[in-house]
Every structure is written in structure tokens, then in C-alpha cells.
Design a protein. Structure first.
Lengths: 144, 417
């Protein structure tokens, strides 16, 4: 059974390889001075969805979203909680209009998000792995 | 009648739009000063609904004096809300919200639904004071925000008797990481400010004390919640209950006077018990809730309700199915007066008052939500309400031919801005 399956698996992998290689992972980046090595998936969900905004080092977390329509933004939430942008907006509508939690700060450009992370010790954002510069610390990776 | 209602809604909407424009100018000036501390947002629903049974009108909740029957109407679900947030610092925020919806007065005059100051000294603690939204039941504080919900409206069997939208007071919320999840406790205290339509008058809740708490645990895609709330009524029921009480007392018979006392609302409590579970991850959303409303006064029947809702997203379309059930416990109050002459009349009035809050029905729902563009969703829903003929609590203007069964069809456009 296995011997018959294996060649098929290789064919499947060969077909999928270009797709897999093209899709880039999304990483969550923090200020190196935040004192955080890694975040768990739950930490990232709690910070970006507003249920508990504290870094494991005890510093208050300040999440920053990329501009609406940025491909990394949709990809981030899809990989994190399996939700599309409409579902994320629906979630925030409930919390904002019942006077509860604020959504992440929305950066107007990717560069603004990155400079906010560099300029504020608790700030965190996300972007494609290839775009991370040396001044940011990767604390979580969402693989494709 | 419907045209008049629409006229009211348009006038109220125009007022809110004027408020938006004024605030937008203020926001623009704020932006020029280099500050993004002020934000203005809103939400709304434009919906049409109708039922298939002309013998009773279906109301969305106890706050609505009339409902919809077998003609299309935009009355019960359409609304418009505007909210201004001002972030004074990282930890202090002010929120003001006004909503125009079909209300107890039978028009769309806007009301202040939130006016609060929020102070979050650290990630564990959140304090709010002022006019705050209430969540006696899970998601009870977002009932007016159609866009935030999967279905066209909060389940009527479960939420419709939850008449309170906000209280003037405050709440404290504590969040602590426990295990892999988050444990959250919230307590609130304050005074109600709303009125409910009742017969030809209003039941005044203004000044009634409300307090409550819930405990909530969230882990991964799951969220569990158990809650308790209490209302201590400050006012009595209006006529016809008030006049019935007077007649019972004036009869001079002690059992009748006891019945009058059993019907008294003033100085008694209502208690709300609730359990809720939500699974929300990826394309799947499942909600299950159980609730019980218990009244010390015999004027309103105790009620047990439950609901289930499940939706699964395919592309941008999320079809859903739901089931709910509500049943109230019949009140047993007897006047002890003979069924002749004025006694018969009093007994008939007593039976009518006791029957007014009776509910015994279940509802099957099916529908879909289509997020066709950013910040907008189109919804369609069909509800099959199957109840006994004496199930009248959620209905208005029921005739003697009402059989407790109707279907409700709703088309809705929800938006946020």
C-alpha cells in the first residue's frame, strides 16, 4: 500500500513545490528592547484581538495593523485565526460599538508600522519575512 | 402607519447625519492639530421584514410597541448609530454613542446609548463609568449592531425579553491568564434609564437598581461564560395591572388583597441567569446559550430560553442555521373571589394579566450573510416560529384567531463606517 502511495506523494509534492516556495511566511516583529524572545500563538491572538495586551516580559503590548488592503494583513489574520478581513471587521464592530476594546493602531504605510515598532518598546506588528530588517526582532512566525 | 414610521426614521437619521457632519468637521480640525485622538464611527441596518400570519405582529424585543405582520416593513430591525471616541491618553478613553431605532414611543427618536469614561490602568484591569452597555446575556451588549452578528437580529426567543440596553453606573473587568487561556470576571452596578411599552402606557424602569457579574473563560477558539444579574424594580406596573390591583384591594377579601400584593412589581427583584458557549475559528462559528429570567412578582412569568446558531463561511458567504426555544412558567395567582358579578370581571382581568407574559414556542431559522464589500453585509433569513396559541409575549396586537405559528422573512443590509 505504502509503496504504491509514495510515488503519488512525490508527484503531489512536485506539483505543490512552486506554490509552497512562492508563499512567504508572515512574521511578528517586536522592538529588541521589549525583552521578548518568542511569543506563543495565543499571545499573538490575545494582543491583536484585544483580549489581553501584555508581552511576556510584563510590558504593555501595542499592536499595529498594516494598512487595509495590504496583502500581508489579510494573510496574517488568515494564518493566525483562519478569518478573512470581513470576519475580523465583524469582530471589531462588536467590541468597538459596545465601548470595550480598541482595535490595533492602523498604520498608513508599512514603513510607518516599522518605525512605530522601532520607536516604541511595546509596539508589535507583522510583515513578510523577507522584509524584516536588523532593527526588529522576530518573535513569532506564521508558516504557510 | 408604515410611511409615518419611515418618516420618523428618516428625520432621526437626518439628525444623526447632521451630528456626524459636525463631528467630522471637529475631527478634521483635530487632525490638523496633528492628533488622531478623536475618531467617529457608526453602524446601521436597513432591513425589511414580514411574517405570514396577519393575526399577530412579531416584535424584535419588549422595547417595541408594535411589530410586523403580513406586510413588508422596515420598522423592527432598521437602525442607525453614531459613536465618537476620544482617547485622552493611552489609558483613558471617552465614548459617546447615539442610536436611532424603533423605540417604546413608537418612533425613531435617537437616544443616548453610551456615554462613558474608560480607564485601563494595566492589561489586567478595565474600569468604565457613566452610561454603559449591559451584557446580562453573552453578546447582549451588541444587540443593535447588525453588522457584528451572523443572523439578521439577535435570536428573538432568547434575547427579546432582555429589555435593558444600558445602565447609568459602572463596571469593573479583570482579566487573568489561566492555563492556556484567559479568565475574565466582570461586575457592574447602576441604575436603569429605559421605559418599556406596556398596554397603552409604559413600564418605567428608570431608577431601578441593576447589578450583576459574569465569569468568562476563553481558550483558543472556545469561550464559556456564566452570568448572573439582578434588577430591583423601583416602579409598579402601569394600568391595567395597577387598576386590577386597586380592584382586588377594594374587594375587601383577604385572598384578593394577597393576589394584589403578589402582582406588585415595585420593590421586587428580577434575576437573570445565563450560560453561553461560543466556538469561533476559521470559517466555523457556533453559539449555544441558555438563560433563565425569574421574577419575584407574579405579574410577569418566569421564563427559560435556549438558542443554538451555527454558520460556516464559503468564500464571502456564510450560511447559517439556528434553533431556539422559550417557555414561561404559568403564574398561579387566584383572587378567591366568586365568579359572579364584579368578581367575574376581576377574575377575567387577572387571567388576562397573567397570560400577557406567557411564551411557549420554538423557532427554526435558516439564512445567509454575504460580505459583498468592505464594511457591508447583506443578509437573508427565514424563521419558522412554532408556538402554542397562548404564546403571546413576543407578539403585539394578537387576535383571538392567533394560533402561535408564523414565519418571518427578513432582508437586511448592515454597514459600519
Amino acid at each position: 500500500m505504502m509503496r504504491r502511495m509514495l510515488p503519488r506523494l512525490f508527484v503531489l509534492l512536485a506539483v505543490l513545490m512552486p506554490v509552497l516556495a512562492h508563499a512567504e511566511s508572515i512574521v511578528v516583529v517586536a522592538n529588541p528592547a521589549a525583552g521578548v524572545d518568542t511569543l506563543s500563538r495565543n499571545d499573538v491572538i490575545n494582543i491583536f484581538l484585544g483580549s489581553f495586551r501584555q508581552l511576556p516580559s510584563g510590558i504593555a503590548a501595542l499592536p499595529i495593523d498594516l494598512p487595509p488592503g495590504h496583502p500581508a494583513r489579510a494573510e496574517f489574520y488568515r494564518l493566525l485565526v483562519g478569518k478573512n478581513q470581513a470576519e475580523i471587521n465583524t469582530y471589531w464592530a462588536r467590541l468597538i460599538f459596545s465601548g470595550k476594546t480598541r482595535p490595533p493602531i492602523q498604520a498608513e504605510r508599512v514603513e510607518d508600522a516599522l518605525s512605530m515598532v522601532q520607536g516604541s518598546v511595546g509596539a508589535i506588528t507583522y510583515l513578510e519575512r523577507s522584509k524584516v530588517s536588523g532593527k526588529l526582532k522576530i518573535v513569532f512566525e506564521l508558516a504557510q | 402607519m408604515m410611511i409615518k414610521k419611515c418618516g420618523d426614521f428618516l428625520r432621526a437619521s437626518a439628525c444623526l447625519v447632521a451630528l456626524v457632519s459636525a463631528s467630522t468637521i471637529a475631527a478634521a480640525q483635530d487632525d490638523e492639530a496633528g492628533s488622531a485622538a478623536f475618531s467617529l464611527r457608526g453602524f446601521g441596518t436597513a432591513a425589511l421584514a414580514r411574517s405570514t400570519n396577519g393575526q399577530a405582529e412579531v416584535a424584535r424585543d419588549l422595547l417595541q410597541p408594535r411589530g410586523v405582520s403580513n406586510h413588508w416593513s422596515g420598522k423592527i430591525d432598521s437602525n442607525l448609530g453614531v459613536q465618537a471616541n476620544y482617547l485622552a491618553s493611552e489609558k483613558i478613553e471617552a465614548v459617546v454613542q447615539a442610536v436611532s431605532r424603533y423605540n417604546y414611543k413608537g418612533n425613531f427618536s435617537p437616544e443616548l446609548t453610551e456615554a462613558l469614561l474608560k480607564f485601563d490602568p494595566n492589561p489586567f484591569l478595565s474600569l468604565r463609568g457613566g452610561r454603559v452597555s449591559t451584557d446580562f446575556f453573552m453578546h447582549g451588549d451588541s444587540r443593535l449592531i447588525g453588522y457584528s452578528q451572523l443572523a439578521v437580529r439577535p435570536n428573538m426567543d432568547f434575547y427579546s425579553s432582555l429589555a435593558v440596553s444600558y445602565l447609568d453606573g459602572g463596571d469593573v473587568q479583570v482579566t487573568v491568564p489561566v492555563g492556556e487561556g484567559l479568565l475574565r470576571g466582570k461586575g457592574y452596578y447602576g441604575f436603569l434609564a429605559e421605559k418599556l411599552p406596556f398596554a397603552d402606557g409604559n413600564l418605567n424602569l428608570r431608577g431601578s437598581r441593576a447589578s450583576g457579574a459574569y465569569l468568562d473563560y476563553q481558550q483558543g477558539a472556545w469561550q464559556w461564560r456564566g452570568g448572573l444579574a439582578r434588577i430591583s424594580f423601583k416602579h409598579s406596573m402601569p394600568a391595567p395591572v395597577g387598576s386590577l390591583q386597586s380592584a382586588l384591594i377594594e374587594s375587601g377579601v383577604s385572598s384578593a388583597q394577597q393576589a394584589a400584593s403578589d402582582l406588585e412589581l415595585q420593590g421586587t427583584d428580577a434575576r437573570y441567569y445565563s450560560l453561553g458557549v461560543v466556538y469561533d475559528r476559521g470559517p466555523l462559528l457556533v453559539q449555544m446559550m441558555l438563560g433563565r429570567l425569574s421574577y419575584e412578582s407574579e405579574a410577569i412569568q418566569d421564563q427559560n430560553s435556549g438558542m443554538f446558531l451555527a454558520g460556516y463561511r464559503i468564500g464571502e458567504i456564510k450560511p447559517f442555521v439556528g434553533y431556539s426555544r422559550t417557555k414561561s412558567d404559568a403564574s398561579h395567582v387566584a383572587s378567591g373571589l366568586p365568579n359572579t358579578g364584579s368578581g367575574a370581571q376581576i377574575n377575567a382581568e387577572l387571567a388576562s394579566v397573567l397570560a400577557e407574559s406567557h411564551a411557549d414556542q420554538h423557532t427554526y431559522s435558516i439564512g445567509l450573510r454575504w460580505d459583498f464589500r468592505r464594511d457591508m453585509a447583506f443578509k437573508f433569513q427565514a424563521d419558522a416560529i412554532r408556538g402554542k396559541s397562548d404564546s403571546i409575549y413576543n407578539f403585539r396586537q394578537e387576535t383571538s384567531r392567533w394560533d402561535g405559528k408564523t414565519n418571518v422573512f427578513t432582508l437586511a443590509l448592515d454597514f459600519v463606517f
